[in-house]
Design a protein around this ligand. Sequence first.
Ligand SMILES: [Zn+2]
Length: 241
Amino acid sequence: MKMSETRALQNARALKRLNRALPEIFPAQALTHALARRWTPPMPRLAVDSYWRAHPIRADRLARALARRSGAPKGWAWRIGPRRGLPESFRDPPAPYREDKFSLGPGFCCVCGQPVFRFGWHCDLWDAGINHRASWHTACVVAWRLWNAPSEHDRMLRRLQARRCAQTGGRLWKTAEIDHRVPLFQVWRERRDTPWPGLLSYWGLPNLQVINRDAHASKCADEAGYRARARIADSEDAIAR
Ligand SMILES: [Zn+2]
């Protein structure tokens, strides 16, 4: 059997399963995406996953918009450290609702703090109430991955920049690298008090760029200089105290 025949057969089976499991109400955009896929997802939940995975920019925007609805919990400040529930480094996106002290429990998304509904969706299309078994929106899972591993989205970011280096405007080479316009070290040092979730935009698309390796190397050298100066300033502060 040819590959195309195998696929047609498998897709026909998957579509049958999907139709059987599909509730009367289902996000139209996720269904359209599922039916246009090379391999049809056989379950509604997989169709929703597949939709958000294919739209990381939308997921990034949505996750930050949902987080704006929640705002930071009272008494929260961005801290890092070895304590359980705290991010280990300033490289990790600050997520108050992932911290034990501020967690809202099952049914609420640990990234944005908003209620999670059926299929990990962010609004209750079904009037079925909060999904108490879920603690992530499907969109927020995708946004979280983008924030933590932007280089996995290299192709999409290149496309957004029309394959031009964001630093020099020249053509992007194969070896180009993903960079944070404002380095995360600097965010931690100088912009730590930015109210959450405004902080998250330093991990999201507004602060991501693809630049050629030589431009990246010189940017990194400048940043290393900045970090060294920052360390000296810190130790001078400590002596003065
Ligand atoms: Zn969320």
